[in-house]
Ligand binder design. Structure first.
Ligand code: 9D3
Length: 246
């Protein structure tokens, strides 16, 4: 998988290549990450890539031409290239997009700065517009890095232990259960008894109960989309009874 990020701050996103799961995936050659700087495609003698907004108002707008040239270069004549624009106006990025996007052999991520990008560029040269959440950040770089990290987790072999990738998609739609490690007791707070005895059936059941209960409590939006089995409904009931008795 080839990922190219179009950004005025290439050093920012290339830092991602040095650490953890993404770093190892890039080292192993499973994923290739490059950047293209629109400044290098500006026809302006000073390398300008922004201009004042039509209609007035604060801030600057990223110009069409440098971005268009950078995107065309990044697509590299690959008919399977897919261009994503990171923008606060985009549809919300979620786990199901990860599975979909990771099927493209060439992914081009456009990270904007300033007040925004000339709308005609978004319409004519990008395939979709994605946001990473309802909060404002200063540009598309951190959102693009988030996408890359989530995507790399789905590339076969990138995690080392394939179980985790399968778990990511299994857990997709539900929050994770709580985790514990030694010591068994901290300031009177004990690790749940069931985790200490190696009854794997009981542990699996407990973990699913916690996942269901937490999703119900913390994420009613996620919970509403779940289609619970009879067994899961019973687990959730148990969870709620146990919460009530504590
Ligand atoms: C007047 C409102 N503008 C700034 C306060 C709008 C605005 C312009 C540029 C808001 C954000 C940005 C830069 N953000 C992104 O490029 C961005 C983003 C985000 O801010 N939130 C969530 N996802 C994303 S993806 C790209």
């Amino acid at each position: 998988m080839q990922i190219r990020i179009i950004t005025l701050f290439p050093e920012m996103v290339l830092n991602l290549a040095q650490f953890g799961v993404v770093g190892r995936a890039l080292e192993s050659g499973l994923v290739e990450l490059d950047t293209l700087n629109p400044r290098d495609y500006s026809s302006d003698p000073h390398g300008r890539v922004d201009d004042r907004p039509y209609g007035g108002g604060p801030g600057m707008v990223m110009q069409y031409e440098p971005l268009q040239k950078a995107i065309r270069q990044a697509r590299d004549h690959d008919p399977d290239s897919h261009v994503v624009c990171l923008s606060a106006q985009g549809r919300l990025f979620e786990q199901k997009d990860v599975a979909r996007l990771h099927t493209y052999s060439s992914l081009v991520l456009v990270a904007g700065r300033y007040e925004g990008i000339d709308e005609r560029l978004v319409e004519a040269e990008t395939d979709e517009e994605l946001s990473v959440g309802d909060f404002v950040v200063s540009g598309g770089e951190l959102p693009a890095m988030l996408l890359v990290d989530a995507l790399v987790r789905h590339v076969p072999g990138a995690l080392g232990h394939e179980e985790s990738a399968r778990q990511d998609s299994f857990v997709d739609g539900m929050l994770d259960c709580p985790h514990y490690t030694r010591p068994g007791s901290i300031d009177g707070r004990e690790v749940p008894e069931v985790l200490l005895h190696g009854d794997h059936q009981a542990i699996k059941r407990w973990r699913e109960k916690q996942a269901l209960g937490r999703t119900w409590e913390r994420r009613p939006d996620m919970f509403a989309k779940l289609d619970l089995s009879e067994e899961q409904k019973a687990l959730l009931k148990e969870y709620l009874q146990e919460q009530g008795s504590e």
